[in-house]
Design a protein around this ligand. Structure first.
Ligand code: PLP
Length: 392
């Protein structure tokens, strides 16, 4: 894509060439079904096992605690459905937050239609769940608490270790959707006492269509994909060997480079926030100033929130690929964001955020180019009042 500045790494991140290199033999001359007993199969099995070790090392998990899936969405589904279906619906209460990704929220609604009771925790103006609100909804039938490690729209980080502790004190399991967090924050399933954790390879400069669920030793999940019994019977289906090799290599690179990447991304985001304060007086940051993913900014422009799509198109014309919220809801771009609404934004302000997400390959020159272009693009937007009055 030549000179386009790609500031949408939360939607998907470009494949690292080192990951592509590791995958290359498996999309070329090397092949095999990991379940086959001959040499082809054994080599494929070894490649999958190695990927499992590499990913486990990143999370401080045991390799046997990693279940590979076809996406982050599928990992979330397996966690929630896998816990809930082990109980009678009437004997199962799940707690989640009101700003989860649809992969969790829609699964909760699905379970809700089948009689499982679900509580949705509120968030504050920064998008953070108050642990006291979790205390207040727990009950003897609470089997699972699922709160994301970091939000995909605003980038706010949740206090997952504290939430996990409270869940455990009440006998419930704790799941976190770490799809956004895993490439940016050090996660340690033992230190943070996590029971289940979902992730997705394409958010860590790995391939699309590959995910994983960490399942702590001793936790029994009910499978919902049945067949040949792969992945300890939790996710039948022949493994995507090339994809898994890519996920493993992506995890291995992250384990070495994450802290350096994160420091660079924080300095880039600080530079953006400071410059915007000088150059665009009506710009404001959405979400917590510090408890946020490195390189993840969600911006609003006071009085121009209804012009979100125009702004995105202008930026696109000028060679900047950003997002209005999350790629998963691009078709609903003109609607209010349920995440911002839950954070207390009124319906019009909740329509107009600009999500700018930097990544491993973001350069200083790209940040400077964005800072040149954005003020001009914002200056060309209409103020909200005329638009709202005309359409009222
Ligand atoms: N959870 C979160 C927080 C996400 O941001 C996403 C993707 O945007 C997903 C889950 C879904 O992951 P996948 O695209 O691998 O299905």
């Amino acid at each position: 894509m030549g000179d386009i500045v790609y500031f949408d790494n939360a939607a998907t991140s470009p494949l690292d060439l080192r990951v592509a290199e590791a995958m290359r033999p498996w999309i070329g001359e090397t092949f095999g079904n990991p379940s086959s007993l001959h040499g082809f199969g054994r080599r494929a099995r070894q490649a999958v096992d190695r990927a499992r070790e590499q990913l486990a090392a990143l999370l401080n998990a045991h390799p046997g605690e990693i279940v590979f899936t076809g996406s982050g969405t599928e990992a979330d589904n397996l966690a929630l459905i896998g816990v809930a279906t082990a109980y009678d619906p009437g004997d199962c209460h799940i707690v989640t937050s009101s700003i989860e990704h649809p992969a969790v929220l829609e699964t909760c609604r699905y379970l809700g239609r089948r009689g499982v009771e679900v509580s949705y925790l509120p968030v504050d103006g920064d998008g953070i769940v108050d642990p006291a609100s979790l205390e207040s909804v727990l009950r003897p039938t609470t089997r699972l608490v699922s709160v994301m490690a970091a939000n995909n729209v605003v980038g706010t980080i949740q206090p997952i270790a504290e939430l996990a502790r409270i869940a455990h004190e009440h006998g419930a399991l704790f799941h976190t959707d770490a799809v956004q967090a895993v490439s940016k924050l050090p996660l340690d399933v033992r230190a943070q006492e996590l029971d289940l954790l979902s992730l997705s390879a394409h958010k860590l400069n790995g391939p699309q269509g590959v995910g994983a669920l960490f399942v702590r030793d001793g936790i029994e999940l009910e499978a919902y994909v049945h067949g040949g019994g792969q992945e300890r019977g939790l996710r039948s289906g022949t493994e995507n060997v090339a994809g898994l090799v890519g996920l493993g290599r992506a995890a291995e690179i992250l384990a070495v480079e994450m802290s350096e990447d994160a420091a660079r991304l924080v300095s880039f985001s600080d530079r953006i926030i400071e410059t915007l304060a000088e150059k665009i007086p009506n710009a404001y940051l959405i979400g917590h100033r510090y408890r946020r993913l490195p390189g993840h900014l969600c911006l609003g422009f006071r009085g121009q929130e209804n012009e979100g799509i125009t702004l995105l198109l202008e930026l696109n014309e000028a060679g900047i690929a950003a997002s209005s919220g999350s790629a998963c809801s691009a078709q609903h771009v003109a609607e209010s964001s349920y995440v911002l609404t839950a954070m207390g934004f009124d319906p019009i302000r909740a329509r107009g955020s600009l999500r700018v997400t930097l990544g491993r390959f973001t350069s200083e020159a790209e940040v400077e180019r964005f800072l040149e272009i954005l003020p001009q693009a914002v200056a060309s937007l209409r103020p909200i009042t005329s638009h709202v009055l005309l359409s009222a």
